[in-house]
Design a protein around this ligand. Structure first.
Ligand code: ADP
Ligand code: MG
Length: 264
C-alpha cells in the first residue's frame, strides 16, 4: 500500500551538540504516537539516534552504509525500534569511510534519495534524516533526498553564527541538486527561561527569521538528556516532563505546516 503522501524531512545543522538527534528521536516518536508510520535514517557515524532508540550496535546487521555504497533498499535495512510505528535505518562507524569509497561515483549525492524515494519507502508517512555535524557528502545526500529541512538551533550566544552558512547551503542545494527543498522550520533547543541571554537569543533569531521559527521552544530538561542512556526517547521515558511535552507540541506544529503546505 502506498501512503497518501510521504514527507522526507532532513534534520541538519553543521554544529554538533545542538539537539539534532534529540529532535529526530522525539519528533519521530511524537509522530508515531499519533499513528503515523515513521522512519528515521541515521546518517551520523556516531549512531546516537540508533542507540537512543534501543538498537544495540551488535544488532545492526545492515545500515545506512549499505544504502550509500551497495544500493541496498529501505525495506532491506529498516529495523523496528522500541517505539511502535517507528523504524530506523541504523548507522555504523563504517559511514566514516563512505565519502572516499564513493568519491568516484556519478550518482554519489543521490544514493539516499534513490532509496527513500523508492516505492518500498512509501509505507512511511514521515521519514526523518538525522545528519552528522558537518556539511559533507552525507549531509548533501540528506538535502538532495528531502522535501524540507528542519534546523535545530541551540539557545546560546552564537546561535546565529553558522546559520547563514547553512541557509546559503540550502539555497545552493535548491539551485543545483533539489529545487523543491523547503525549510520546514527552525526549532530553538535547550531553552532556559531563567536565563536572560536565552530570551534575548530567541528574540534575535525571531527578528531575523520570523515565521520560520516554531512557536514551541524546547526547554533544557534533564529528563531529555537522561533518556538516551536507557535506550528510549524522552517521550517514553517520561511523558510528563517539560521536554517531552514540548516535543509533542513541536510535532503538532510540524503537522500543521504540512497541512497548510498541502492546502496551498
Ligand atoms: P546533536 O545531534 O546536534 O549533536 P544531540 O541531540 O545529541 O545534538 O544533543 C547534544 C547533547 O545535549 C546530548 O547529550 C543531549 O542529550 C543533550 N540535549 C539535547 N536536547 C536537550 C534538552 N532539551 N535538554 C537537555 N539536554 C539536551
Ligand atoms: Mg547527533
Amino acid at each position: 500500500m502506498r501512503a497518501a503522501s510521504n514527507r522526507i524531512i532532513t534534520i541538519a545543522n553543521q554544529k554538533g551538540g545542538v539537539g539534532k538527534t534529540t529532535t529526530a528521536i522525539n519528533l519521530a516518536t511524537a509522530l508515531a504516537a499519533i499513528g503515523e508510520e515513521v522512519l528515521i535514517v541515521d546518517l551520523d557515524p556516531q549512531g546516537n539516534a540508533s542507540t537512543g532508540l534501543g538498537v544495540d550496535r551488535r544488532d545492526r546487521a545492515s545500515s545506512t552504509y549499505d544504502i550509500l555504497t551497495n544500493g541496498a533498499s529501505v525495506s532491506e535495512t529498516a529495523m523496528q525500534t522500541v517505539v511502535p510505528h517507528l523504524s530506523i535505518i541504523p548507522s555504523t562507524m563504517d559511514l566514516l569511510g563512505v565519502e572516499l569509497e564513493i568519491a568516484g561515483e556519478k550518482d554519489r549525492i543521490y544514493r539516499l534519495k534513490n532509496a527513500v524515494q523508492a516505492d518500498d519507502a512509501r509505507r512511511y508517512s514521515y521519514i526523518l534524516v538525522d545528519c552528522p555535524p558537518s556539511l559533507n557528502l552525507l549531509t548533501m545526500n540528506a538535502m538532495a533526498a528531502a522535501h524540507s529541512i528542519l534546523v535545530p538551533l541551540q539557545c546560546e550566544f552564537f546561535a546565529l553564527e553558522g546559520l547563514s552558512q547553512l541557509l546559503e547551503t540550502v539555497s545552493r542545494v535548491r539551485d543545483t541538486l533539489n529545487s523543491g527543498l523547503d525549510i520546514q522550520g527552525i526549532v530553538m533547543t535547550m531553552y532556559d527561561a531563567r536565563n536572560n541571554l536565552a530570551q534575548q537569543v530567541v528574540e534575535d533569531v525571531r527578528s531575523h527569521l520570523g515565521e520560520k521559527v516554531y512557536r514551541t521552544l524546547i526547554p533544557r530538561n534533564v529528563r531529555v538528556s537522561e533518556a538516551p542512556s536507557y535506550g528510549k526517547p524522552a517521550i517514553l521515558y517520561d511523558l510528563k516532563c517539560a521536554g517531552s511535552q514540548a516535543y509533542l507540541q513541536l510535532a503538532s506544529e510540524v503537522i500543521q505546516r504540512e497541512r497548510s503546505r498541502k492546502a496551498a
